[in-house]
Ligand binder design. Structure first.
Ligand code: CU
Length: 168
């Protein structure tokens, strides 16, 4: 039984590697004096698990790792994603890099803002993602977040608008 589980694990890892996006140019070993401007596009939309992108998942486990397939627990249900990924796309940069994120809200019913948690946002307060305070919430359009990182660590970004803030 253990061997079967291991083989499935290897298949999943291989599939994940096969379909993984190429590393972003800003994902690198950090060196003093090497700061960059790092662009990202976040497409926010209503989506669902076990979509047609999953083909024959879970009966063919390789299909579960196809691009845009979110298998979840194997039950089809609605969810809101960025770039049809769960978890959403990561941003790997070095301290001192400028992070530019164009957020497009394709949802028809909800506004959105993004808060980049843990960043001090000194001199970049308009990109802190607080709806009606530092920016208008994004509705049927886009917003460009544009800030320089001034502190390091493992931080996270998350929704900061409407009911979606509840995952904070
Ligand atoms: Cu936060």
């Amino acid at each position: 039984m253990k061997i079967v589980v291991s083989v499935i694990g290897v298949v999943l890892v291989a599939a994940l590697t096969l379909f993984a996006d190429a590393a972003h140019e800003c994902e690198r070993t950090c060196e003093a004096g090497d700061t960059r401007t790092c662009y990202y596009t976040f497409n926010l939309q209503e989506y669902h698990t076990m979509s047609r992108a999953c083909f024959n998942c879970p009966f063919n486990t390789t299909d579960c790792s196809r691009p845009e397939c979110i298998a979840g627990d194997g039950v089809a249900r609605p969810l809101i994603t960025i770039n049809r990924q769960l978890p959403g796309p990561s941003i790997n940069v070095c301290e001192g890099d400028r992070v530019v994120v164009d957020v497009y809200n394709w949802m028809l019913s909800d506004t959105e803002t993004i808060h980049f948690h843990g960043h001090h946002m000194k001199d970049f307060q308009y990109y802190d993602g607080v709806p009606f305070v530092t920016q208008c919430p994004i509705l049927g359009g886009s917003f460009r977040y544009n800030f320089v990182t001034t502190n390091s660590g493992t931080l996270w970004w998350h929704s900061h608008s409407g009911m979606l803030i509840t995952n904070h």
